[in-house]
Ligand binder design. Structure first.
Ligand code: AMP
Length: 435
């Protein structure tokens, strides 16, 4: 199938062609016709499936088809995203695909000054991409007018709920006009998501594309067994021996992300860390440096990495396995994207065997294990529990790493997430305090 079959007009097709896309991804092929019909939609699709273009292209098309009578610009499309990074990326996509159309778009999120955003909004915006907290700040200050919204997109709705945004989302919905087109994207269908869908969507078209844990065949996944305290050194060796040029490395904790990034710098491998304690500017710079190749290694925590769109990322390394198995699937989803093969390597120590089992159960396959000469695990080392508790474990790479008495993680531990307990909102962007 080609994009020309999708009833998109020439300015959009031109922008798509310039991106080098020839064939719509499955979510695009399924979603675009429904959206153009004006239907509400529930789409089960994750980052990496091409979902952003899946809603942005038809959204631009509808805006272009239904031009309002002359007058001041109004916000006609509102796109809500859970994180600043995702908002910025969606904003970029809107600009890219809409570059031959006359619409103005803006991205607003917390952690940066209000005033430039107020000026942008005052000058008139057709498409607004926002994180919930900062949007509500503008609502309460009367600096944004949402009375003319024709289309509302809730991106990564499941992550929004995970991050405790449900009340903010409901507050936003309450001020939007009731008559509008609603699109909801979510990677998972929990009962909470179902409830949200029922309250927002009217007779929605349902689009479901392969879940990450079924589509991850494109990613070569393997496990290297190693002692906890030797993980950083092993990673340095892997990067050097394999001449890896661009690697996204995951840690469970902010502390460990910083520690690893410092260590790699010391052994001459350029690295930057990205996590919730970094300022927005530092995060944006780290990501830009990583994308440009100025730094080879980006070390990230799960939350910070959520939604990062880095084209054709060849390697993902789990320096530490996540305690929530689904996060593994999200992590490896950073590689092998939109049809490109990728490689995900997990460095696993004895403390993490239970996590590994949980992951293998979720993805329904056993991961190949190997051992690297000179880094053989010491069989006399017994597993130690990884510190649990609010705010994360302090285990870092396990024993010999971060001080266990000082948890540094970004999320509460011990099973399923509980939105209201996720203290990381205060670091991550949209907290009451930080937005
Ligand atoms: P998303 O799921 O929206 O984060 O998109 C994932 C990646 O796929 C982005 O880097 C897009 O630029 C890319 N992409 C989106 N649509 C297509 C397409 N039809 N063909 C090739 N790449 C695409």
């Amino acid at each position: 199938m080609s994009f020309t079959k999708l009833n998109l007009s020439a300015p959009i097709l031109k922008a798509v062609a310039e991106e080098g896309y020839t064939t719509p991804t499955p979510v695009q092929a399924q979603a675009i016709p429904y959206i153009l019909e004006g239907r509400d939609m529930l789409a089960g699709a994750q980052t990496g499936t091409g979902k952003t273009a899946g809603f942005t292209l038809p959204m631009l098309e509808l805006l272009a088809r239904n031009k309002p009578a002359k007058g001041p610009r109004h916000v006609r499309v509102l796109i809500l995203t859970p994180t600043r990074e995702l908002a910025a990326q969606v904003g970029e996509s809107v600009k890219t695909y809409g570059k031959y159309l006359p619409f103005k778009s803006a991205v607003i999120f917390g952690g940066v000054g209000m005033q430039p955003q107020i000026t942008t909004l005052r000058n008139g915006v057709d498409i607004l991409v926002a994180t919930p907290g900062r949007l509500l700040d503008h609502v309460s200050q009367g600096t944004v007018d949402l009375r003319h919204v024709e289309m509302f997109v809730l991106d990564e709705a499941d992550r929004m709920l995970d991050m405790g945004f449900i009340r903010d989302i409901r507050r936003v919905i309450a001020i939007l006009p009731p008559k509008k087109q609603n699109l909801l994207f979510s990677a998972t269908y929990s009962d909470e998501i179902k409830k949200l869908c029922e309250s927002i969507l009217r007779n929605p078209a349902v689009v479901e594309v392969a879940r990450r844990n079924t589509s991850s065949e494109l990613v070569r996944q393997s496990v290297i067994l190693v002692d906890c305290k030797r993980k950083s050194a092993l990673l340095g060796k892997l990067i050097a021996d394999n001449k890896w040029e661009q690697v996204l490395v995951f840690t469970r904790t902010k502390h460990q992300a910083n520690k690893l990034s410092d260590y790699l710098g010391k052994i001459g491998i350029s690295a930057a860390a990205i996590h919730g304690n970094k300022s927005q500017n530092a995060r944006t710079k780290a990501l830009a440096d990583f994308k440009s190749g100025a730094v080879k290694i980006l070390v990230a925590t799960d939350i910070a990495a959520r939604g990062l769109d880095i084209d054709q990322l060849p390697h993902v390394v789990n320096l530490e396995l996540p305690n929530i198995a689904e996060d593994y699937v999200h992590r490896i989803g950073r590689t092998g994207r939109a049809g490109n093969a990728g490689e995900a390597v997990s460095l696993v120590c004895v403390d993490e065997y239970d996590y590994l089992k949980g992951i293998e159960k979720l993805i329904n396959r056993k991961l190949e294990r190997s051992i690297i000469e000179g880094f053989e695990p010491d069989p006399s080392i017994k597993a130690e529990p990884i510190q649990q508790g609010r705010g994360g474990r302090g285990g870092g790479g396990g024993r010999g790493n971060a001080p266990r008495s000082k948890p540094q993680g970004e999320k509460p531990q011990g099973g399923r997430r509980e939105p209201q307990k996720r203290e990381n909102r205060t670091h991550h962007g949209e907290s009451r305090r930080g937005r």
